[in-house]
Design a protein around this ligand. Structure first.
Ligand SMILES: Cc1ncc(COP(=O)(O)O)c(C=O)c1O
Length: 435
């Protein structure tokens, strides 16, 4: 839940810097990011993939959508893993951070022609094709640039992953990819093969996000391998790559656990090896795309309490509303898919009795709820700080300017030093768009 350099003692601190110091120096709300923890998690996923798959290990492509800024792109480059981007904007940040284009993979169910052209011209390693239209668009861009573009086909293996409906992505009735079951995938394979400017490297599937069991990943891998075998049978050639996507779940609440990288990778390596042996296929190069599992636990959000009020409920009990200075603009996930978080009093310890509370934001929406149900100390008052752990993934990256609230900064902390890596938006930034 908390990153490794956070201490939740009397006053919450990260790398020995107290929360109150961070609030004073950088203001609130703010995303506080544990730089060493990010490096460690990225390296752990990379070693887990390499140890499990050995010479068949492909790349870890960090999923930029979870969170990216230029400084984090520089870290990715330094760590030496790849990156998955799904828009021209994410591609621009990755390139600005100096990531080798050959380690970039471009995704997206509706990439614009301009995005495709930019990716191809930049030398992006792999484009994951998501529709029949896109096959021709990528082929045309490759021809225009005088190169052969490596591509994967995004497939939907027909899996109801155990996660919230909005973040399950591999059942049949979904906007992403080509269905294996309906034959759409086969049609796409045949169409790709008509283009000399495309090199079909293999298949990709991403079954969803925040998945905490390995079974869905195993079934997905087996279905992709069955299609690899069908391809070999039909065309007497084996495709060399599989990308099994991201989606590895993390702990948000006390008592929950992150999905263990070694466990998932070892399980997948066993499944892939035995499925390939059954099909008499060489084991392909296997890549993965973790986003949340790398960046999620590395950040917490620091808020200041502005107001509190007690509400008497129909059953006679009392609920305390604690309003903080952010909300759905910096953490959309509770409103979007009922995601649950926890929080702690961060600027001091308190032995006051804990009472039923709801942490809400400052936006003009009843649904602007950060934490629907939590027991917090009864003496929490305006000026206190609350810290919400595990907000690194899909927090700042999904942040909006709703109600013209400027988006919070990201402060990286390492070895007892804190620095801004993404500055706070200002009213001038917001007004700068008006003509
Ligand atoms: C294609 C693809 N890869 C990887 C990811 C990353 O997922 P996660 O952050 O759950 O690991 C996503 C998330 O939506 C995705 O769509």
């Amino acid at each position: 839940m908390w990153s490794s350099n956070v201490s939740t003692g009397a006053e919450l601190s990260i790398s020995a810097i107290p929360a109150s110091q961070l609030a004073q120096d950088f203001g609130t709300p703010a995303f506080i990011m544990d730089e060493a923890d990010f490096y460690a998690r990225a390296c752990t996923w990379s070693s887990a993939l390499n140890n499990a798959f050995g010479s068949n290990a492909g790349n870890v492509y960090y999923a930029a959508k979870a969170f990216i800024c230029v400084e984090v792109a520089r870290w990715i480059k330094d760590i030496g893993i790849g990156i998955d981007v799904c828009t021209g904007g994410e591609l621009a940040v990755a390139l600005k951070g100096g990531i080798d284009p050959s380690k970039i993979e471009l995704h997206g169910n509706n990439k614009s022609v301009a995005e495709i052209n930019k990716a191809v011209a930049s030398g992006v390693g792999t484009i994951v094709i998501d529709s029949l239209f896109e096959i021709d668009r990528v082929a045309e861009a490759a021809t225009k640039n005088g190169l052969v573009q490596k591509v994967l086909l995004r497939l939907t293996p027909g899996i109801e992953a155990h996660t919230h409906e909005s973040i399950a992505t591999a059942h049949e009735d979904v906007k992403f990819g080509f269905s294996i079951a309906s034959g759409a995938a086969w049609k796409a394979i045949e169409q790709v093969r008509t283009h000399a400017s495309l090199e079909l490297r293999g298949f990709h599937a991403h079954i969803g996000s925040q998945i905490l069991e390995t079974e869905s990943f195993e079934i997905s891998a087996q279905r992709l391998i069955a299609l690899l075998a069908k391809y070999r049978d039909e065309f007497s050639a084996e495709l060399p790559e599989l990308d099994l996507g991201g989606g590895y779940g993390i702990a948000y609440l006390p008592g929950e656990n992150n999905l263990d990288p070694e466990l998932v990778m070892n399980t997948l390596a066993e499944v892939v090896t035995s499925a390939c042996a059954n099909q008499k296929l060489a084991v392909p190069r296997v890549s993965i795309e973790p986003g949340r599992a790398i960046v999620g636990p590395t950040m917490f959000t620091l808020y200041e309490v502005g107001t509190t009020k007690d509400v008497v409920l129909e059953n006679g009990s009392t609920r305390r509303y604690i309003s903080v200075d952010g909300g759905m603009s910096d953490n959309l996930r509770p409103a979007l898919y009922e995601a649950q978080y926890t929080a702690v009093l961060a600027n001091r310890s308190s032995s006051a009795k804990k009472i039923s509370s709801r942490v809400v934001g400052k936006h003009c929406e009843t649904g602007d709820i950060v934490i629907r149900e939590i027991d917090l100390q009864s003496d929490i008052a305006p000026g206190d700080l609350l810290a919400t752990p595990a907000t690194g993934a899909y927090g700042r990256s999904m942040a909006t300017n709703y109600n013209h609230v400027p988006r919070p900064p990201v402060i990286a902390v390492k070895d007892g030093k804190a620095r801004v890596i993404l500055r706070r938006e200002t009213e001038a930034d917001l007004l700068g768009l008006d003509i």
